[in-house]
Design a protein around this ligand. Sequence first.
Ligand code: HEM
Length: 413
Amino acid sequence: MQLTDIDLVDPDTYVGGIPFEWFEWLRHHAPVAWHPEPAPNRGFWSVVRYDDLVRVHMDWDRFSSEKGAVALEELDDEQLRVRQTMLESDPPRHGELRRITSKRLSARGVGRYEDWIREVARDVLDRALPMGEFDFVAEISRELPIRFLCSILSVPQEDAPALIHWGDQMIANQDPDLAAVVVDREDTEAYRLLPFRSPTAYEVWAYADRQRELRLGTPSDDVIGALVLAQSEGTLTEADYHNYFSLLMIAGNETTRHTISSGMLALLSHPEQLRHLQEHPDAIPTATEEILRWATPVMHFRRTATADTELAGVPIKEGDKVVTWYVSANRDETMFPEPNRFDVTRQPNEHVTFGGGGPHFCLGAHLARLETRILFQELLPRLRSIELAGPVSRIRSNFVNGLKRLPVRIHAA
Ligand code: HEM
């Protein structure tokens, strides 16, 4: 294999599965490698080892999130300004934004929802399992995270289908089956100032405006109420409010969905591990971490070098894009013995599915862990058997690692 054989940018690369053999080759032969990109982008440094990824994430001063966004797309100053969220901010502004919602999404903040989340999980399973044969993504993994998010945001459960639809349109913007506007296949210049270059942002913002109106007269003690208050105090501009709302809606929707689907597929493909968990339900919290490592729903995020520097001995110039690959770091053999083995008892399991530490560590990590654990705690005792009932299909994306369809046949216990 050679470096020129490897194309990590083409979304079609990932339709058949993550190219783990490429990442393994890169970790051993070119851990910080220059990766060309189609114009107008200029290319990036690809960081694939665990330790290097953590160094980049911790060193926010040298590897900025604000100087050039966090996705592969290169943004000009105007785009950066109007599309900025906490993800694309460095301290101290980043802290100001994050503090608006961080308490509500802390372990204690989301812990209050545990019983409610369990009830929703039971409700979704009660409806899905009697079908016997169904698409696990459509009936279970897609439903749960958005219904939980509706309650965290205090918006009506009836709005869940719209929120799911909007999330798909925006984050799966490279997949023609999920998004009406496909970024690498059509001219999206008219949408250059919108998140994910997606016109769906207008619908999300109109929804966010309606939610704000509902709270203006009667301040509410929920996440949107906190955003509305921050706007009235001048911490958020109108654009900040819209972008914050969109970020929470997207981040809290797709990622957990893909974790649940990939976790189910992993257990299906490793029946002895499924059996182990059914016999030892107390092992599900540990298994949740392995499911998160295995699933790695966000493949990469990017930083931009703020000065000439080096990483693993490789010189990096000011302004260069540095892309950190969670999908590779989570299989780094120096960190995870037998990294390609799915092992629900794996401990320690310091995966980087939620980021490599540093200020941007996923704000929803507690919620995502709670949702995933509860779903499997509720589902596994109810399964007498589960098998694949058709071909599995994956999302076309170089950013999200997820399943579109997971047809299963289930005999309930
Ligand atoms: C399994 C599910 C999830 C995964 C894999 C995931 C992954 C990530 C990753 C990789 C980051 C960036 C870390 C970095 O750059 O250092 C991130 C940030 C973020 N996530 Fe999550 N996430 C998940 C669930 C959630 C949920 C449920 C929410 C919200 C309700 C959420 C909200 C956020 C926010 C707001 C940020 C930006 C944090 C910041 O910039 O300070 N995420 N997430």
